[in-house]
Design a protein around this ligand. Structure first.
Ligand code: NAG
Ligand code: NAG
Ligand code: NAG
Length: 221
């Protein structure tokens, strides 16, 4: 049981280290928020050429579930952060790159999530890369489909690790049982053998004794 947990942990750590290798990694956002709690809407866009200087501004859009139109809810640019929608008034904090115009992480933090916050969120990076002779503009978009639930559902990793725990417990017990039966049979067989040998030895002893006796009798005659 312990070893299976260790194995899982090692695997997860391996994955984690792999993804976090280097300065910037485009980790996908979580997509399930719990009502009444805070939630980090992740949005990361790494520069293709990390050595080239860049600058980016960010806009977030939101389309509530069941509605057709997106509204702009948040911008982050030279003037700093601005919440653009009353629905999110005082409820958004910046969780992205700090103290830099060269934004690669544009994550925001929603406070006091409500069920009305479920829907589609999009973040736009308007990025400029400064090369020696020219500037390169591009726009990167990321989409997060957010569902709001009343209680956190369990992560897959925790379910998988629990199933593996039960499988390994049952496996070990079956192995133990088989081993016990095997040993019991072996001991029983060895016991029978010993008994038979003992009986044989006794028989031989008696036989040779009676033979001796017979010989004695013969000699006596
Ligand atoms: C994101 O912002 C929230 C609210 O300001 C803060 O509680 C949280 O620690 C921040 N998380 C990260 C990863 O910066
Ligand atoms: C969250 O909601 C609770 C209750 O509605 C309120 O008391 C609290 O001030 C809110 N917090 C924020 C950061 O809006
Ligand atoms: C959610 O939206 C519905 C319909 O637009 C509105 O009646 C309700 O007050 C909203 N709830 C919250 C917590 O914003």
């Amino acid at each position: 049981m312990a070893s299976s947990h260790l194995l899982l942990l090692t695997l997860l750590c391996g994955l984690f280290v792999y993804r976090c290798h280097g300065a910037c990694a485009e980790v996908d956002s979580d997509t399930e928020a719990v009502a009444g709690k805070g939630f980090k809407l992740g949005c990361i866009s790494c520069k293709r050429r990390s050595e080239v200087d860049g600058a980016a501004t960010v806009e977030w859009y939101f389309r509530p579930s069941g509605e057709a139109d997106s509204i702009r809810i948040y911008t982050y640019n030279e003037d700093g952060p601005t919440i653009e929608s009353d629905h999110f008034l005082d409820r958004i904090d910046w969780n992205g790159s700090k103290r830099s115009n060269d934004i690669q992480d544009a994550s925001i933090y929603l406070l006091n999530v409500t069920f009305n916050d479920s829907g589609v969120y999009q973040c736009y990076f308007n990025r400029i890369l400064f090369y020696d002779n020219y500037e390169y503009h591009n726009v990167v978009t990321k989409v997060v489909y957010l569902t709001v639930v009343a209680k956190a559902s369990r992560g897959t990793a925790s379910i998988v690790s629990e199933v593996m725990m039960y499988v390994s417990i049952i496996g070990l017990q079956v192995w133990l049982l088989i081993e016990m039966i095997y040993c019991y049979r072996k001991i029983a067989a060895a016991g029978e053998e010993a008994l038979r040998e003992a009986a044989n030895a006794e028989y031989l002893a008696i036989a040779s004794e009676s033979k001796d006796n017979c010989a004695g009798v013969q000699v006596g005659e």
